[in-house]
Design a binder for this molecule. Structure first.
Ligand code: KG4
Ligand code: ZN
Length: 375
């Protein structure tokens, strides 16, 4: 079974083709991502309207590229095979290879995400499903992040249920307990900022540019995590997260360091910081964010004794987080390949294939965007 996945929930336009062999063995045939990072950099964050327009411009070429790359070999084989048998002076048509003939379904992430950005992807997928007469599968972008783990053969062998999922991205921070692919329970989620959002905002205060997460991690690697004491959030529910207080604590700390008042613009504070202060603040913040994520994951691990713990989403590429969770959980913790932690369509196609396998398709005329979709 081969599935085309399409992704356009935020600032990445992506398409990918995966092949499902048996019940849960996947082969990634192609994965194409067009990032809008350079477009949004000048604004210091993702501008929804700009994102939607950019998706509109590139979505069809990206899909075509993913199809071409997935079946390049098949096209070559067919042409060569036909040519070999060709009789001189005998003209006949080389059968045209149409990659769409190889596709068994189209999976689209229909939420959560930016309304305009989602609309472009969903409208494209619905139209293609109708025109090419393919089953359509609506996929939850956040759940799909975990499915990137199935795309690594060594990891896939270790994935067993019950499975605990920690999803850490720019828009979400949540712990989910899976009894099976279809049966799951949301244990808790952030009550304010997502952890990736906090990384991005603190990076902005430190003048580290956009996107902030990877830049902050780089600065943190050069800093002293014990340099500044930052607070841990106090929450009533054991599996809820909060990162807004930590972000504000960093702001207050920077105001104190620079001697600037509450009214001074936060994005101008960085000019008054030494490189050492930047690195030490980055390291102290990162360590505290990691401490929060690890503590909640360990509480859930103790309570539910899962067979595997999967950490997915953009922040799952953070090395400090990976090291801390590996130290606590050993071989039980599984991370998707770094390239597949941030938004991509391979994860959408993978979850889409699992849904297609059990017949979870939707009439293309009925699929709607769901900007606030929640697991
Ligand atoms: O999953 P993703 O691509 O998009 C959403 O669905 O939100 O995650 C993007 C987030 C951004 O906030 C980015 O700063 C963060 O992931 N991120 C990181 C790292 N790489 C990406 N945060 C911390 N450390 C990293 N190495
Ligand atoms: Zn995402």
């Amino acid at each position: 079974m081969r599935v085309l996945g399409i992704e356009s929930t935020c600032d990445e336009t992506a398409a990918a083709v995966i092949e499902l062999r048996g019940t849960a063995s996947f082969k990634l045939l192609s994965s194409v991502i067009s990032s809008q990072v350079n477009l949004h950099r000048q604004f210091g964050g993702v501008v929804p309207e700009v994102a939607a327009r950019s998706h509109l411009e590139v979505i069809l070429p990206i899909i075509q590229k993913a199809l071409r790359e997935a079946f390049q070999k098949d096209t070559r084989d067919k042409r060569q095979g036909t040519n070999k048998n060709q009789i001189p002076n005998f003209k006949f048509q080389i059968p045209r290879f149409d990659p769409w003939d190889q596709i068994d379904g189209i999976a689209i992430s229909h939420g959560p995400g930016l309304p305009g950005a989602l609309l472009v992807g969903v409208t494209t997928a619905k139209t293609l499903a109708l025109v090419k007469a393919k089953p359509l599968i609506g996929v939850d972008h956040v759940k799909a992040h975990l499915y990137a783990a199935w795309l690594d053969k060594a990891s896939a062998r270790r994935l067993r249920f019950p499975l605990l999922g920690l999803i850490v991205s720019g828009g979400h921070t949540q712990l989910v307990l899976f009894a099976s692919h279809e049966r799951y329970q949301l244990l808790g989620q952030t009550v304010d900022d997502a952890v990736g959002e906090a990384f991005d905002k603190v990076a902005k205060m430190l003048g580290l540019g956009f996107p902030g997460g990877p830049a902050l991690a780089k600065a943190a690697a050069k800093g002293n995590a014990q340099a500044y004491k930052l607070p841990l959030p106090k929450l009533e529910k054991p599996y809820d997260f909060s990162f807004s207080g930590l972000k504000t604590a960093v702001l207050r700390h920077l105001q104190k360091l620079t001697g600037k008042g509450y009214n001074f613009p936060s994005f101008k504070l960085a000019k008054f910081l030494t490189p050492r202060q930047v690195n030490d603040t980055a390291a102290s913040f990162e360590a505290k964010a990691v401490e929060i994520l690890v503590a909640k994951t360990m509480t859930a691990n103790q309570e539910f004794s899962p067979q595997a713990v999967v950490v997915a989403g953009g922040v799952a590429s953070n090395l400090a987080l990976r090291d801390a969770l590996r130290a606590e959980l050993g071989a039980k913790v599984i991370f998707p390949p770094t390239k597949l932690c941030t938004d991509n369509a391979a994860m959408i196609a993978t979850l889409g294939a699992m849904q297609l396998r059990i017949g979870a398709t939707i009439n293309p005329l009925k699929l709607e965007t769901m900007p606030s979709l929640s697991m």
